[in-house]
Write a protein that binds this ligand. Structure first.
Ligand SMILES: *Cc1c(COP(=O)(O)O)cnc(C)c1O
Length: 248
């Protein structure tokens, strides 16, 4: 019964069901506390380091969206999951090198981590050549404006990594559809402070791009604060699947 990469043991399935029930309850409670409609928030199961079988089991439990942060792992897993007859929406959420875009556009439905004009151009070229419909893109924002950990910088005039120039490049790209913003709370910051700042950046961004309404923020440790500040997508890994063996 464990021979196929697509099957989980019953005890693992029960563990995932319990994790999912806990996370769903947290999201529902956070929406209620914030006075928001539960239907406004999509949970993305971040399955990095976990096998395709977990993705298939989560899909059978009603999970529709899956996140991965490394191309090689994601490409293999997406192929195995598709072979099992399951087709969740795949979100690429990790740092993306331009030499990986051709691979990523084959399985990803959304790329959440676009943070330079050069990356947007490479993705557009690959998506235009290799897909029959535009790729959804979220522009990643650096909340603390530290470019070392990825993300565009709000209020920067830098023509490659300023939020404005990157958003404009995505919006103008025929192979891409600008869907919104993504961010990770900086290490050492109170989530409240981080997501309050992000909400201000998002409000200014939506004045220029009213159709780009997605706001991907919040993980296992801080999804409540993110929902309180308007997140439409939360990316949940460890609270759902268990602690990962390596920190990444
Ligand atoms: C790993 C990861 C997550 C999930 O983190 P957890 O703390 O396990 O919920 C969310 N977003 C990004 C960008 C990640 O790399």
């Amino acid at each position: 019964m464990t021979d196929s990469p697509a099957l989980v043991r019953p005890d693992r399935r029960a563990e995932l069901a319990a994790g999912l029930a806990r996370v769903r309850a947290r999201i529902a409670d956070a929406c209620a506390a914030a006075g928001r409609d539960r239907a406004e928030v999509t949970m993305i199961a971040v399955t990095k380091t976990y096998p395709a079988a977990d993705v298939v089991a989560l899909a059978s439990l009603g999970v529709t969206d899956v996140g991965e942060n490394r191309d090689q792992e994601a490409a293999t897993k997406a192929t195995q999951v598709a072979a099992a007859g399951v087709s969740p929406r795949w979100h690429f959420i990790g740092r993306l090198q331009r030499n990986k875009v051709k691979s990523v556009i084959r399985y990803a439905d959304v790329v959440q981590s676009v943070d330079s004009v050069r990356l947007a151009s490479a993705l557009d070229a690959a998506a235009t050549a290799g897909r029959d419909h535009p790729l959804d893109v979220l522009v990643q924002v650096s909340i603390d404006a530290d470019p070392a950990r990825g993300g565009t910088v709000p209020d920067s005039a830098d023509p490659d990594v300023g939020l404005g120039p990157v958003a404009a490049a995505v919006a103008a790209a025929p192979g891409l559809r600008l869907a919104g913003l993504m961010a990770v709370a900086p290490l050492g910051w109170e989530p409240e402070r981080a997501f309050e700042r992000l909400a201000m950046v998002a409000a200014a961004f939506r004045a220029d791009h009213p159709e780009a309404t997605a706001l991907s923020a919040g993980m296992s440790g801080d999804l409540e604060a993110a929902i309180d500040h308007g997140a439409t997508h939360v990316r949940v890994g460890s609270a759902l699947l268990g602690m990962r063996p390596t920190l990444r």
